[in-house]
Design a protein around this ligand. Sequence first.
Ligand SMILES: [Zn+2]
Ligand SMILES: [Zn+2]
Length: 146
Amino acid sequence: MSRTASCLCGGVKVEMRGDPIMKNLCHCTSCQKSFGAAFGSLAAYTVEQVTFTESEPSVLKTYTDRSPESGDVLNRSFCGKCGSPVRVQTGKRPDVLVVPVGIIDGDKADFKPELEFYCRGRVDWVDPIENTKAFETMPPTYPATD
Ligand SMILES: [Zn+2]
Ligand SMILES: [Zn+2]
């Protein structure tokens, strides 16, 4: 099934084809800062599944995040006009694109997380999501499937 996503101003549009290869929350400090939220809610796809389109002139900007607790470098892309985070790509797995669930258009019921990363950073008023597999830091393999 094909789904779409867009930033707050609509300058960046995304089409995702097929199911995500991974759905997770991330409680790391870097995601908290970047998403301006208590945690990141994320859907990962292969590069082939996702198409980004942007208005002219180009509004898509990328911040190279060298702070992640995983030691990886993350390319965090956002809309330069409205500031919405629209994509995360890890240095170690450039073949995987991560879309923040909050920018997905319409119903988000299909994007319930299966995994939670960096639970050591979970804020104490956020309970574990039912039926998720929780990791103190990262799972041993990325992307993890269960
Ligand atoms: Zn925008
Ligand atoms: Zn994170």
